[in-house]
Design a protein around this ligand. Sequence first.
Ligand code: SF4
Length: 379
Amino acid sequence: TPAAPHSASGEAVRTFDLSAVAPPARPARRWTPRRVVATPAAYDHAHGRRIMARVEALGIEVERLAANRLTGVRGETDRETYARAKATMAIVVSPPARRKLQPIAPSADWRFDLAEGCPAHCQYCYLAGSLSGPPVTRVYADLDDILAGLAAYAGHGTITSRRAARRDEGTTFEASCYTDPLALEHLTGSWRRAVEHFGGWDAPVQLRWTTKFDDVASFVGLPHAGRTRVRLSVNCAPVSTRMEGGTSSVPDRLAALRRLALDGYPVGLTIAPIIAVPDWQEHYGLLLDQVVAAVAGVPGLDLTAELITHRFTPGSKEVLLGWYPRTKLEMDEESRSRKHGKFGAVKYVYPAETMRQLRGWFETEIARRLPSCRILYWT
Ligand code: SF4
C-alpha cells in the first residue's frame, strides 16, 4: 500500500481506495475483428506485411483484395452496414492527402494518422461527423514513410510557443485524431514503433495520443525518452458506463495511466466529452477522486488535463442517430447555443451560463485535488 499522500504543508490529505485503480486482474481489452482484408498495395510495404503476420499469428485469416478498393461491407440496411463495417479491419496504404499534415489546435501543432476508424461504440463518437462512409477501421501499411515524413514539420507550429502550460514540449504531433491507438496496437504494433521513433529523434518533439483502452503492457520499458504523452480519455460513470460501448472501463484506463506514469511517460487526462448530466458535480467529483488515487505516489508525475465539452453538428447528430437510434445522449438544439465553426459550419454547444459553471467547477476542483496537473485547454 503506498504511503498516504501529503500536501505541501506536510498535512495528510484524503486517501482513496487504490483497489479501484490497481492493475486489472483480467487481460487488457483487445478487439478481435471478424474480417481482415488487405489491399494489393499494402503488400508492398514492410509494415503492411508485419501487420498481416501479427493478425495471422492471432489466428485471423487475412483476405487479399483484388484491387485497392474496399468492397463487401455494405449490408441490406444501415444497421447491417454499420455492424459489418465496425467488425472489419482493412490494411491499406494511407491516402496521399493524409501525408500533408494539418495543424490541429488546441491539441497539438500537427496531426498525423496511422489509422482511421475505431472498433468501439461510443454514442457521441466524434468520428461520426468527420469520416464518411461505413465505419471500417483502416490501418496504414506505409508506417515507415509516414514517420519519415514528420521530420519536415519539426520546429514549425504555433502551439508550444504561445501556451505557457505546454512548457518544453517542443513541436507536438497528435496521432489519434481519427482512431483509438490502444484499440488497435495489438494488431498493428504501429504506435509502439512511433514511440521508439520519437524516443530516438534528436529534436524537441512530442508524440501525443489519447485512448479509451488499457492495453499498455507493450509500451512499458520502451525507450520513449519522455517524448510521448499518452492521455487517457475518461468520463464520469453515467457517461462511461452507458455510452462508451466496447471500451475499457475507467478504472482499467486509470490503472493503465498509472503504469505508464510509473514508467516515466508524461501522461494526461482527456476529459471528454464533458456532459452536464444531472448531479454532474458529484459524478465528476468521483471521477477526479479516482484520478487522485491512480496517480498517488508516482515519482516525478507529469500530468496534464484537456477539457472538452460536448458538442454536436447537424451532420454528426444525424449519423449518430442512425448508428444508435435508442441513444439517451441529449442532442437537443433548443437547449444549446448555436456557434459557427471553421468555414461557417454550425455546431451546438452548451449555453454560456452552463459553460461558465462547468469551467469554473473543473478549474477549481482540478487545482484543489490534483495541484500538479496542468490544464492545457478548455473548449
Ligand atoms: Fe469514437 Fe473514440 Fe469511442 Fe472509438 S473510442 S468509438 S473513436 S469516441
